[in-house]
Every structure is written in C-alpha cells, then in structure tokens.
Design a protein around this ligand. Sequence first.
Ligand code: ZN
Length: 349
Amino acid sequence: MSLIEKLPPDFYRFSYLGSSVENRSIYGLELGHGSYKIMAWSQMHGNESTTTRALIQLLSYDNLDEILKDTRLYIIPVLNPDGATHWTRNNACGIDLNRDATNNSQPEMNILRDIIEFYEPDLALNLHDQRSIYGTATSPMAAPLSFLAPAADPDRLITPARLKAMSVINTIVDVVNEQVPGQIGRYSDTFNADCIGDYCQSQGIPTILFEAGHSDHDYNRDKMVGIISEALRAVFAAAPKDQVMDESAIVSDYDSIPNVVSNYCDILIRNYPEPDSGRLVNLSIMFHEQVEDEQLFFVPMLYGINVDHIHYAHKTIDCSTNDEFKDDLIISDAMQVSSASLGIGVFAN
Ligand SMILES: [Zn+2]
C-alpha cells in the first residue's frame, strides 16, 4: 500500500469490503473529491490483471489530483482475489462472476452489487483482459483494445445511460487511436442480464466494458498497461462534462468501431508437411497459461489443423520458405507443441 500512502491523506479513503469464498480480503479505494462519481472494478476474472496494473500506474501519476479534479473515483482493484491467486477466470466455486449478476450467488458479486447500490455511480467501468484470439472484422491486425456499451434490454434500445457510455467510448477511441491505429474493436451487444455490465446498464448506470488485448509478442501486456492508463485518463477528463447528446452522431461514431472477431491464434505454421502423408497443412497454436511456484508460463498447444476461422497470428511461420526449419516439430499426446528450430517452446513471464 506504499503507493497509496504517498497520496495526500485527505485525497483517499481505503476500505475493507468483505471476503472471497476462500476468505481473502477484498478492498475498495476512493480517490478525489469531485462530484461526478466513477466506479471501476478489475480482476473480476482472476487471470486478467492488465487493467489492475493500469489502475496502479494511474495511482503513480504525479498530477492525479488534477486528473481527478472533477471526479470521485471508487476502485475495487481485485474483485476475485481467489482467482488471482490460482490464476483462474472463475472464482473458487468455479463460477464466472460475470455471469452471476442476476443470481448474485457469490460473495464477490454480493460485494460488487452492494457497492454499486450504495455508491450510485454516474459511470461504471468494467475492466477486463481479452484473450489473444481477437482481431477486427476490417483489418488483418490484432485487436489489442476493445470496448462495449452493453445493452440495457433485449431490444438493445439506445437508453440515456447507453448513449452516455457510447459517447465516452468514442472519446477514448479518439484519444488512444493514434497508439493502436485501426486496432480498436467493439463487442457484440446481445443482451445478457447475467453479465454485470448489462445489469448496470439496465439499472440506468452508464457502463463501459474495457477489454485489454494482445499484440505482437507483448505477452506481459506492458504496452497495454500504459494505453489503458491513458484511456482511463481520457474518461476522467470527458465523462464529467455535460454534453449536448446528439444521439445519431454518437451512435454513428460508435457503430463505426469495427466488430471484434476471433480470427487470431498465437502461432500459425503454414505449409507444414504432415509426417505420414506429406500433405501441407496449417497448424494453429495457442498458448495456455500455467502457474507453477508463483511463476506464469505460456505453454504452446495445438489448437487445430486447417482451422477455417483463423486467418492471422501474432507469429506466422511458413515452412515452405523458412530456411531455419529442421523438421523437428513435435506434437505430444497432450497436444503440446515444440520445435527448437522454429523457436517454439514453453516460456515464462
Ligand atoms: Zn474478463
């Protein structure tokens, strides 16, 4: 907590909110004194820490009081501490908390729902990481950043809350597009009342889903930490301002953000000669994340052969033109892939 303790004492309020299934503490931190209330929660999915790191980076900004001058910000940095410890998406009961908004069956969701009801935020930020499988429908590049202004109802009406969320997303895109040009995606707005974003939007709270993604070989997602921090700064500058809400312009700009599609894998090996048949095939490889002794490892696993929907990869190797390939590719019974000549193997972060 040394980072927090560096802040002026009258600038922050730190509180214990309750405990997880395995009795780990869940904390809240309120910053600033502005009248516009923004609430942000991260690591609802335990193995998605990029946005938590972005929040921590934000706390280190020297001019945080200026950034938050119009805002009061309530942060829950790690909503799912058991998942963060075990490096799992779900909580210790195996429940996806982002499908528990209606049931409200888990202590972590009880806490989040209670704080949302108590705090009555003017804007809510639902912070996540997306997997490395995503690109956009309009570009061969990966999508390292995606958003959604969730629907508030099955008809996906443009409610005032949703319009505000779309407007803020448009502002963020304008600010960070230069750093990830043409690589920002938009998720499908099919309504799901079990998702917390859809739930909040249905309660009239403007809500934004942030998804920090992946590009190139940045498996530690260090680049995205900085970009998410800048995106959050854009939110704090834009959201408190009263705007003339030109619905058609806002919706048009929002709809122009390309759809997210799952057309990526981590490594794509083209024209690999199958050992028995000699047939040339494309191998799609995905990294599985494994934690051992508190260290995160990325394990290359065969996802599929000639997979129709995978068109791109963060690393592409063409065996027909790659002089380095020494025919040493091994696929184990468990589908783990290795090749020293192609540089494919387990690596740690
Ligand atoms: Zn998530």
